[in-house]
Design a protein around this ligand. Structure first.
Ligand code: HPA
Ligand code: ZN
Length: 310
């Protein structure tokens, strides 16, 4: 069995644990609308992607300085390494910070500092992927991407996330063309809540090398054939899908059907502080609820290494 996991679908801001939110609020003098930890925790019940995103972006207000971002990333690396992650390619959302007045230089410097120490401190190989927040203006995406390049932020790729429906990949053709021209890798969230058409667009218009989620691809046999033929990786996040009600229960999760269809699927955590766990927790839950076998877990782990931007 391949050693450890390659975690390819995790949003670093989604690893911000409730206790850390309160601690950073205290450190930065941020007034939060929560009475206490229990009151905050009570809000982690989601009805769809948007209901999660509302809390996810609201909680980010406690992240202000390069030190905050470095601490956030280090806490994630420590927990991920304990759970068997040996490589992590994490997303961050530059616009979620610049849009509330945090300089991109602070975000990039803090994350880059943590990434630079990940190998020596945690025995983990780490890379970062800037993600376009697709429900914000296209012009803003272009500006922020240009600023990342000017800053020399050590990113290996460009992604696309946030509210999917109504914000198709086609809007972002230009910025992704620029990323490819810069030699960056390209991945995009598609087919989580959005239709298979968005997966086609991510492949054909953005040049996506991986699809994040992609579970609705199963609705389109022609798309499945393409994904199988070209061995396009799909980074699937089972606990996320249940918590955002994309699937009803873990027992109903299409992961096994995706494996059986020959798709290059792997398992990831998405927003581990919000959805009930890290990548090891996702595997544990799948073993319990989907009767995932050792062989299936080996295939999923191997797929994660094959899909890594190495
Ligand atoms: N989907 C889309 N955007 C996101 C997610 C997600 O699960 N998590 C953080 N941003
Ligand atoms: Zn995601």
């Amino acid at each position: 069995m391949t050693e450890g996991f390659a975690e390819l679908h995790v949003h670093i801001e989604g690893s911000l644990e409730p206790e850390t939110i309160l601690a950073l609020a205290e450190r930065n003098g941020v007034e939060l609308p929560y009475r206490d930890l229990d009151d905050l925790r009570a809000r982690y019940r989601f009805t769809d992607l948007q209901s999660f995103l509302d809390l996810y972006y609201a909680n980010m207000q406690v992240l202000r300085t390069a030190q905050d971002f470095a601490d956030l990333a280090r806490a994630y690396f420590a927990r991920a390494a304990r759970g068997g992650v040996r490589r992590a390619e994490f997303f961050f959302d530059p616009q979620a910070h610049t849009s509330r007045g945090v300089p991109l230089a602070e975000v990039a410097a803090g994350l880059a500092d943590a990434v630079a120490g990940a190998h020596s401190e945690f025995g983990m190989d780490v890379a970062m992927i800037a993600s376009i927040v697709r429900d914000r203006p296209v012009t803003e995406a272009q500006e922020v991407f240009g600023e990342l390049l000017r800053l020399g932020a050590p990113i290996i790729g460009l992604g696309l996330d946030s509210a999917e429906v109504g914000h198709p990949p086609s809007l972002f053709e230009d910025v992704f063309a620029r990323a490819r021209a810069e030699g960056l890798h390209v991945t995009a969230h598609a087919g989580e809540e959005g239709p298979p058409e968005y997966v086609w667009q991510a492949l054909d218009l953005l040049g996506a090398e991986r699809i994040d989620h992609g579970i609705r691809s199963l609705e389109d046999p022609e798309l499945v054939a393409r994904l199988v033929d070209e061995r396009i990786p799909l980074t699937v996040c089972p606990l996320s899908n249940v918590r955002l009600r994309v699937v009803d229960t873990l027992a109903d999760h299409p992961l096994r059907r995706m494996l059986d269809a020959g798709l290059a699927v792997s398992v990831h955590s998405d927003d581990p502080a919000y959805f009930g766990g890290y990548v090891d927790d996702n595997f544990a839950a799948l073993r319990d609820s989907l009767d995932l076998t050792d062989d299936e877990q080996s295939v999923l782990q191997r797929n994660s290494w094959e899909a890594a931007f190495l």
